[in-house]
Design a binder for this molecule. Sequence first.
Ligand code: ATP
Length: 604
Amino acid sequence: MAKFQDIARFYQRYWRISVFSIAMMSAFEIIDLFGPYAIGQILNVLSKQPLDQPMQQIITGVANVTGQPQGQMLSLVVLLAMVCIVSVGRAPIQPWLGPWFNWDTAFRARRDHAQKALEKVLTLPLEFYDENNPGRIAARVAKGISNHTWTYPEITGQLLPKVARIVGIFIVIWLIDWRIAIVLLLSFIGILSFSLSGLTKLTKQEEKLDRYIEDTESRNSEIITNIKTVKAFATEAQELTRQRQRFEREFKVVDYRIHKGYVMLGMYERTIVQSCVFLVLVFTLMAAVRGEISLGHFVTTLTVSSMAYAEVEPISQLAEVFARRYASMIRFHEFMQLPAGKDAGSLVRDKDAEPYQFTGKVEFSHLTFGYAPDRPVLKDINLLIEPYQTVALVGRSGSGKSTLVKLLFRYFEPNSGSILMDGHDLRRLDVSSYRKRLAIVHQEVDIFNGTLLDNLVYGNPDASFEQVREACRIAQADEFIRNMPLGYSTIVGERGVRLSGGQRQRVGIARALIMEPDVLIFDEATSSLDYESERSIQLAMRAILGTRTLIIIAHRLSTVREADKIVVLENGHIVEVGNHDELLNSEGIYRRLHSLQETGELLA
Ligand SMILES: Nc1ncnc2c1ncn2[C@@H]1O[C@H](COP(=O)(O)OP(=O)(O)OP(=O)(O)O)[C@@H](O)[C@H]1O
């Protein structure tokens, strides 16, 4: 559970510079008070009342040094000179000691935490991405980081220095008349505790609003991602109605609860502040009438106390903005505190580490696994895959074929049993170096925005162009790539040429081959392709047979005839193992599936 301290820790690395800039800004806020003080003293000079002792001593010192006679003129000149130094003199320095450091720190913290957030994204377990959609995650990270960035300069450059100014004012008034200072102190304690309790209640509403907004934005992002389905099913009106209800729900919370709450809070604050200003006027006037304070002190007290009360509104506005952002900042920290997945790869490339090299012998030994421990998806799997063998995994949808491959990639850990690569338990291998020896061609091949070449060498940037060409030739991709407008330099993906399903698949195969993996896995998806593309991909696969260990998740049995071993999964169990001919002769599930596909009937 994230806490307020986590927000402060966001800037921890820069605490020295923070303390320095806060101290400087606070000092400038306090120095500002010299203005009204000097005006009070000037009034005393003009009305021939005595000056405060320290002021008088300074003027006497100046008179002694310059040899000028002490009098009204010299006093006024000294006071004006002091006002000039603290107002004009500090003007060119202040922006460099305050605003520069405030924003510089905010930007540095933003850079650091954007990197940390990406590290988190890269190391969270795969389950997290099954449960949370990209829009929700991206919105949470972006909003959290930007709110931290805007908040820092407001707190260090405005809120804290303003509080320091109020403390300074309190001391000045205390020196003039302690009773008026007590009135000021009590009124401030009252106003601040009232505001704080109001803001705490509103923060709860802000949290609720933040959750609502996350839900809405997450659905918006789903609509954008799945826009083809939305249009095809003609559900635009339905989506709009659903989102409209959410917008209405957000509006009710933000307008009737939050906004109204802030306005009410502001109303009470303003009324209390004005009553206090009036009270201080009455007290100060009474003290002046009774002759307890000079005319100059009367003016100084009134001016600085008004300055103090004038800070209440900006301070509460800053607190309000902070409260509005608080929920999203806390949610960002909750995200950052999620535990990294056990499957997380290394984020630093160890150039000196000896890369792994396997023969490609894979052994599943008494492997049991379930996404929920009490519902096993794979049960007591025992399977030996020899180096360079081609093994096809077949079985009904949901029988556990993809799960077996996910375990081979170590995205999940087995509940019991183990997976051995060349006799090494996967759990004892470095996950990143191990995965570099595997490659997979998914049903949906992801294409990144960039050139075809960038996409092809994604897993092995050191590959030579000749290697790339060779892989593309095997994957039947070289020809269509060379026919593209700029060949291998054609931009594809988000802002480039779109690839057809078959072309993507072939790029995916070439990309996997360029990795020179010891084990290559096809999550075969030729069923969605036209005959010609399917044929090219089958040719590509045939060219790879026997060059390395090959595991094919087969949806169409026509592609697995040539496999050395066909493994039939049913409800998480291995029910048959053999080659095509053996399994056809054995009256089992494979034979049934095969004859259903041969006759074109649907699977039961
Ligand atoms: N991330 C997940 N969380 C929970 N259950 C899951 C998850 N992924 C898959 N399952 C469940 O595990 C079982 C096996 O799924 P798996 O994807 O391995 O089957 P499959 O044989 O590859 O199916 P298909 O041929 O349709 O791709 C299914 O019952 C599925 O609902």
